[in-house]
Design a protein around this ligand. Sequence first.
Ligand code: NAD
Ligand code: TYD
Length: 355
Amino acid sequence: MKKQFNKNILVTGGAGFIGSHVLRLFVNKYPDYQIINLDKLTYAGNLENLKDIENKENYHFIKGDICNQDLLNEIFENHHINGVIHLAAESHVDRSIEDPSAFVETNVFGTISLLNTAKKYWPGNTKDNLFYHISTDEVYGALGKTDLFTEKTAYDPKSPYSASKASSDHFVRAYHNTYELPTVISNCSNNYGPNQFPEKLIPLIINNIRQKKLLPVYGKGENVRDWLYVEDHAKAIDLVFHKGKIGETYNIGGSNEWKNIDLVKLICRIMDKKLKRQSDESKQLITFVSDRPGHDLRYAIDASKIINELGWEPGLQFKKGIDKTINWYLNNQQWLDNVVNKSYLKYYDKMYGSR
Ligand code: NAD
Ligand code: TYD
């Protein structure tokens, strides 16, 4: 007999960086939930990230696009979906500057397709269903030297990526306001940790140090980001999903600001020790390159709402988190080589085709 689950949750983008950590947490912590992972497996999606849970009874993977309305209907219908945790997105600012349209397609149209499906299958039912949209602090724009983003900060996105995420946030709120769709949103600061694609700053620097390649620092390296360990974000997502108030927004952040240049130098120092290189050897690889156009100066989050109202706390101190992260990449060099070589994409094409 088919097992009855207490909840049927659709996680989108679960083969990506944050999604894979969210899936691992939910699949292991909630054996009574059925978790469906819908992922298009773009260059950023990697099933290797989910090897340890792929055979669990309560986990099911579907390769597909969140823009495919027929597929979404089929999934909601067949799996009686009553919760959505929506992470699927194009997520890299530099790529959004190269080609904004892919960001509009997935981040805006894809989100609207999902909202329409939830609206269709959950008519008037706000009690047992939840559409949880995962967003970024970048929707708030750039900060000066001292202030913080709160949930009340006005939206002021400045890159094509953040503009597409801001647009999707607005649609989620509009569906709540107009159709009473039960929604909740969280906006998080920069994540770091295992399984992040090495186009983002921290894994890119680790990968380049490992290969003794140049370390590109944009502009003067003065830009500031607030870094949060990915598992702490996953725990916050668990809390918001279960305890968050419908219609609300929660900011999530590490209270851990680093100037890019200081962060790059820290990673150099740690890796020189671990790789038994001369002290200051990797620092010589730092190269200041042309700045990112429209580069936001500083992001920093005031997370007091989720801390005070839902009891969340960022668990891992940065020094421990960065050490753990560097160890993970050094112990998983094959993972890095595979994603950089894109050999896994050929494998997906063979296994799943395109949908
Ligand atoms: P990622 O790029 O690592 O993963 C994105 C995943 O979405 C991939 O598995 C990809 O295959 C999938 N995907 C892309 N387009 C799709 C489509 N059309 N249909 C189905 N699947 C698709 O991203 P990430 O860093 O894990 O970010 C996840 C979410 O969290 C995003 O919504 C992002 O905006 C948000 N976020 C990220 C950060 C961060 O620091 N990485 C911070 C705050 C918020
Ligand atoms: P990134 O990891 O792309 O995240 P985001 O732009 O979403 O904050 O970049 C983090 C910071 O590092 C950002 O200020 C841009 C900078 N950066 C570099 O200096 N060099 C690089 O090669 C990359 C990828 C980013």
